[in-house]
Design a protein around this ligand. Structure first.
Ligand SMILES: [Zn+2]
Length: 480
C-alpha cells in the first residue's frame, strides 16, 4: 500500500488539481482512530485547503513528503463550554470553603476588571492552553458585553470581537455563544408578579442588554462582524434565573432564524431548581422547553439535577447535555445522570467551563468515573463513546457538523498523542482507545492541526512558545 501512496506523489504543499490556491498537505499517522471501537495502524491523511481530501488505511510506511505523526492521532477535542476569563481564578479560589455562590463573588471581581485589551490577552492565552491540551474547537459562553456600569462600548461588539480575535490568534476554532443575561436572579414573587426576577446587581450590570430584543440587535451585529472561516456565532440563555420567561422566545427565535446553536446553563444548582419550581411551577428544563429554547441544536450545560421528565424532554428535542466534570466537582455542584441521558438517546459533550483544569482527557474519562462513584459499578461507557462525546458530538453541538471526525470532507482538525510517556507507556494494540481515554493527559499531546494548519508541534504552541509566561502576564493584567 505504501508504494501505491508514494506513486501518487502526495508531497506536502503541492497545489490541488481543482484549486491552484488550495494547498495539499499530507500526514502519516502511526496509529489513528477513524471511528468505531478500535484504532487503525498506518493511516495517511491528505488535506486540501482546510478539509480532509483523502484517507488511506494500512499504509505501512510514511510516504516521501508526508509529516510523520508518532503515537495515535484522533479528531481534535471539542471544548463545548468555556468562560475564558475564569482561567484567572485557577489556584486562587480552591483553598476556600463555601459553595458555587461564594465562588461566584470572586469570579465577579475578575469580570469587573476586564476590558477589550486585557480580555483579548487573557482569552488568547487561555485558548492557546486549550490547543496545547488537544482542543481544536471551543464554545465560548460569553456574557461580559459592556463597560463598567453597563455602559455600551463605542463599538458595542468590542468584547465579542476581542474574543474572536483571541481565538484566531491562538489557532482554535470558535463558536462565540453570545449570551443573553438580563436579570440578577429569582425574586420573592411568582411568575405573574413583576418581582419574579430581581434587577442585575452592580457586578452583573456589564452582562445586560436590557431586553432580549436589544440583545438580539447586538448579537446580530457581532455575528456580522466576526463570522469567518474559523469563527461562528451562536446564542445562549445564561440560565432561567437570568432571563425572564417573556424574553426567552426572542432568543430562541434568533437562534432558529440564524440556524445557530443555542446553549443554556441548566440545573447546575439545586437552588435554581427550587426557585424555578416556586416561580413557574416547572423545572428549568420544562420551562426552557415550553418557550422553544430546546427546539433546535440546543445544549443543556451541566444538566446535573434532572428529573425523568427532564431527560425525556431533552431526548424528544434531540438536545445535547454538556458535562463539565472538572468544574462540577470543583464547585461541589453534584453528579449528573450521564448514563440515563445516553440511555434515552441524549448526546453528551464535554466542557472545561471554569478552567479549574484544562485537560480534555480528564473531562472525557471524568464522565465514566463520576458514574462509577455514583453507581458503585464500572464500565458504563465504551472508550469510543466517550471519545465521540469529546469530538463529533461536541462539534455538532457548536454548529460545526462537518468537524470532529477523521473522514473525507471533514474539517482537518486532529491531534496526536504520544504513546511513550510515563502515562501512556505499556499500551496494548487491542486497548489503545482505553489508553487514550483513561491514561493519557494534556501533556501527552505532541501535534495539533486545525483546519489543515499546524498549531502545535513537538508539544509546543507555535505562535506562543512560552505559554506559561504569557498566561502569567495575562492573568496579572486582570489583577487576579
Ligand atoms: Zn458555565
Amino acid at each position: 500500500m505504501s508504494d501505491k501512496i508514494a506513486s501518487t506523489g502526495t508531497a506536502a504543499d503541492e497545489a490541488a488539481p481543482d484549486g491552484p490556491h488550495e494547498r495539499v498537505s499530507t500526514w502519516w499517522a502511526e496509529h489513528a482512530w477513524l471511528g468505531g471501537d478500535s484504532a487503525e495502524t498506518g493511516v495517511l491523511i491528505e488535506v486540501t485547503g482546510d478539509r480532509i481530501s483523502r484517507i488511506e488505511r494500512d499504509v505501512v510506511e510514511a510516504p516521501a513528503g508526508a509529516t510523520v505523526l508518532r503515537g495515535i492521532t484522533v479528531p481534535g477535542f471539542v471544548n463545548a463550554h468555556s468562560h475564558a476569563f475564569h482561567r484567572a481564578l485557577r489556584g486562587h479560589t480552591q483553598a476556600e470553603r463555601g459553595s458555587f455562590w461564594t465562588w461566584r463573588e470572586r469570579m465577579y471581581a475578575v469580570a469587573a476588571r476586564l476590558q477589550p485589551d486585557n480580555y483579548y490577552r487573557l482569552a488568547r492565552a487561555t485558548f492557546a492552553e486549550m490547543v496545547l491540551a488537544g482542543m481544536t474547537c471551543v464554545g465560548e459562553f460569553h456574557y461580559v458585553h459592556h463597560d463598567v456600569g453597563g455602559v455600551p462600548y463605542p463599538e458595542p461588539s468590542a468584547m465579542g470581537e476581542a474574543i474572536a480575535r483571541a481565538a484566531r490568534d491562538a489557532g482554535i476554532r470558535l463558536t462565540l455563544l453570545d449570551t443573553c443575561y438580563l436579570a440578577g436572579g429569582f425574586g420573592p414573587g411568582f411568575a405573574r408578579d413583576s418581582d419574579a426576577h430581581v434587577p442585575l446587581s452592580e457586578a452583573q450590570s456589564r452582562f445586560g442588554d436590557g431586553t432580549a430584543a436589544r440583545w438580539a440587535e447586538r448579537a446580530t451585529r457581532t455575528r456580522d462582524r466576526v463570522t469567518g472561516d474559523t469563527v461562528r456565532v451562536g446564542a445562549a440563555v445564561h440560565s432561567v434565573r437570568a432571563v425572564p420567561a417573556d424574553q426567552l422566545a426572542t432568543v430562541a427565535e434568533w437562534a432558529h432564524r440564524h440556524e445557530t446553536p443555542i446553549h443554556a446553563h441548566v440545573s447546575e444548582q439545586v437552588a435554581e431548581n427550587d426557585d424555578c419550581l416556586r416561580v413557574y411551577g416547572v423545572t428549568p428544563t420544562e420551562h426552557l422547553a415550553a418557550h422553544g429554547v430546546l427546539d433546535c441544536l440546543a445544549s443543556a450545560v451541566h444538566a446535573t439535577h434532572l428529573t425523568d421528565d427532564d431527560i425525556a424532554a431533552m431526548s424528544a428535542r434531540d438536545a445535547f447535555a454538556c458535562f463539565c466534570v472538572t468544574t462540577e466537582r470543583d464547585l461541589a455542584d453534584g453528579l449528573g445522570p450521564a448514563a440515563e441521558l445516553v440511555e434515552h438517546g441524549v448526546r453528551l459533550t464535554i466542557g472545561s467551563d471554569s478552567h479549574a483544569v484544562i485537560d480534555p482527557f480528564e473531562e472525557t474519562r471524568g464522565i465514566e468515573m463520576t458514574e462509577r462513584v455514583a453507581s458503585h459499578k464500572r464500565g458504563h461507557f465504551r472508550a469510543s463513546e466517550l471519545l465521540e462525546a469529546a469530538t463529533v458530538h461536541g462539534a455538532a453541538s457548536l454548529g460545526w457538523s462537518e468537524a470532529g471526525m477523521l473522514d473525507v470532507g471533514a474539517l482537518a482538525d486532529f491531534v496526536t498523542i504520544r504513546l511513550d510517556s510515563v502515562r501512556t507507556a505499556g499500551w496494548a494494540p487491542q486497548s489503545l482507545l482505553e489508553t487514550v481515554v483513561f491514561a493519557a493527559g494534556a501533556g501527552d499531546v505532541t501535534d495539533v492541526v486545525v483546519g489543515g494548519t499546524p498549531v502545535v508541534a513537538s508539544g509546543v504552541h507555535l505562535a506562543i512558545p512560552n505559554l506559561g509566561a504569557e498566561l502569567t502576564a495575562a492573568i496579572a493584567a486582570v489583577g487576579a
